[in-house]
Design a protein around this ligand. Structure first.
Ligand code: RVP
Length: 497
């Protein structure tokens, strides 16, 4: 009879990476990594599908830094699809399908639309798709607000003829026209005079500002969105695809489940959906990962219980320490060429490299990003320090009707529970320190990974995965790793005691 206690699970704090020989300059390091079968990120960081971490603002910020955000699903199908739309319309370079307005719309409608899409100007398009003018917030200024309900866009817009460019214009030519005519916006038109796109100076500047940005084939920012397997899940998936989502994440606390695997199989075989990348999760064993691989998934997400806000392991007694879980899942995924995403449990940048060496290709972060400016929710002041709320999707707050919606219940297989006092939570509600803009936080995380790679002697992520060697350490060694025997007197941007 095999010893039932033979296996030991290890997590981030149980191991360190050994230093290796580095025969290159740090500047040569490239952190690009595949995170699904067909997609790569310059920065292998993914923001968690949680209602205190990823909505459109975070997703936009993540994609600009070369990572990607996964929009949470604790909201209606329409609201989630709208968030996808917001990300896809942001940046970069040429907007192929700009938001427009009709000449007969009122200024009131114009104002609402501007707020809704957070943009300040629109091409004005007639019923036949022809460009008839352009209108911006500035055009509103000269009409008293009392008259907005009765004044039409056609009365205040700048009408044709306008400076415009041909549909397939090059970046250089567009820049030339914007500069020559001192334009904010350059509409693009086809031979028949129909609107074919829009270029804005702001977007052009931004796309130069974010050289690592994660973009789709059309130059738009990439975005992911979480779905489930229950109720309207299929409709959610197809609506998100119509809105332009790049990656769907079939997202549950326990992914080794018939219903979810069927969902993945259907998404990857239906002609209407199979072009979209699908990530499945979460699992923590080799067989769980193998089941997703067999279902045709494009990446497997790993983590049962490591999350900072997660109580699954104490409430259910089930889980696998994260380094072991990632390693086990990778044994099924690597031979099939399916990337692994290590989800949850990261406290410091050093753990990113540990996850990659253990078998991951990218990491998903919750608590490390929840304190960013771009995460949902306001900052709150307590004891003279700023915080932001952070809660588990399995917490009572996220699953109960206390919130606006409680779609996250099916993540924990409690979709059919109707009364709040019947919910069995698997997460807690809390807060994390406010950390400023994502760009600064991401800089520290990627900077840490850079250093890991240099110390291990790996120029690329595949080299890191191949050459990285672990050593198991003791509790005493862990103590030695952290600052010790001193009182910290100044805050570091990448270390919290
Ligand atoms: P962390 O980065 O340690 O904060 O963990 C984030 C991860 O925790 C999420 O990506 C998700 O997989 C998991 N999670 C989210 N909610 C809960 C819960 O309520 N138990 N767990």
């Amino acid at each position: 009879v095999p010893d039932p206690f033979a296996a030991t699970g290890l997590t981030y704090d149980d191991v360190l990476l050994l230093p290796g020989y580095s025969d290159f300059a740090p500047a040569e390091i490239d952190t690009s990594s595949r995170f699904t079968r067909e997609l790569e990120l310059r920065t292998p960081l993914i923001s968690a599908a949680m209602d205190t971490v990823t909505e459109s603002r975070m997703a936009i910020a993540m994609a600009r830094q070369g990572g990607i955000g996964v929009l949470h699903r604790n909201l209606s199908v329409e609201d989630q699809a709208y968030q996808v739309d917001l990300v896809k319309r942001t940046q970069t370079g040429i907007i192929s399908d700009p938001v427009t307005i009709g000449p007969d719309a009122t200024l009131e409608e114009l104002d609402t639309r501007a707020g809704q899409y957070r943009i300040s100007g629109f091409p004005v398009v007639g019923a036949d798709g022809a460009l008839v003018g352009i209108v911006t917030n500035r055009d509103l200024r000269f009409t008293p607000a009392a008259e907005w309900a009765t004044t039409r866009v056609r009365d205040v817009m700048t009408p044709m003829p306008l400076v415009s460019g041909p549909a397939g214009i090059s970046r250089e030519d567009a820049t030339g026209l914007l500069r020559q005519h001192k334009l904010e916006r350059l509409p693009l038109v086809d031979d028949a005079g129909r609107l074919a796109g829009l270029i804005t100076v702001k977007d052009f500047v931004k796309s130069e500002q974010f050289p690592k940005a994660s973009k789709d084939a059309q130059g738009r920012l990439m975005v992911g969105a979480a779905i489930g397997y229950f109720g309207d899940a299929w409709q959610r998936a197809t609506t998100l695809i119509e809105a332009g989502v790049d990656v769907l994440v079939a997202d549950t606390a326990h992914g080794h489940v018939r219903l979810l695997l069927d969902m993945v199989e259907r998404l990857k075989s239906d002609p209407a959906t199979r072009h979209v990348q699908v990530i499945g999760g979460n699992v923590a064993t080799r067989s769980g990962a193998q089941a997703f691989v067999d279902a045709g998934v494009d990446a497997v997400k790993v983590g049962v219980g490591p999350g900072s806000i997660c109580t699954t392991r104490v409430v259910t007694g089930v889980g696998v320490p994260q380094i072991t879980a990632v390693y086990e899942a990778s044994r099924a995924c690597k031979p099939a060429g399916v990337p692994v995403i290590a989800d949850g449990g990261m406290k410091y940048s050093g753990e990113i490299a540990k996850a990659l060496v253990a078998g991951a290709d990218a990491v998903m972060l919750g608590s490390l990003l929840a304190g960013c400016e771009e995460s949902p929710g306001e900052t709150v002041l307590a004891n003279g320090k700023q915080y932001k709320a952070y809660r588990g999707m399995g917490s009572l707050g996220a699953m109960s009707s206390r919130g606006k919606t409680s779609y996250s219940k099916d993540r924990y297989f409690q979709a059919e529970v109707t009364s709040d006092d019947q919910i069995v939570p698997e997460g807690i509600e809390g807060r994390v320190a406010y950390r400023g803009p994502l760009s600064a936080v991401a800089h520290q995380l990627v900077g840490g990974l850079h250093q890991s790679m240099f110390y291990v002697g790996a120029r690329t992520v595949p080299e890191l995965q191949q050459q990285g060697r672990f050593m198991r350490i003791t509790q005493a060694s862990l103590q030695e790793s952290h600052p010790h025997d001193v009182q910290i007197t100044a805050e570091a941007p990448n270390y919290h005691g």
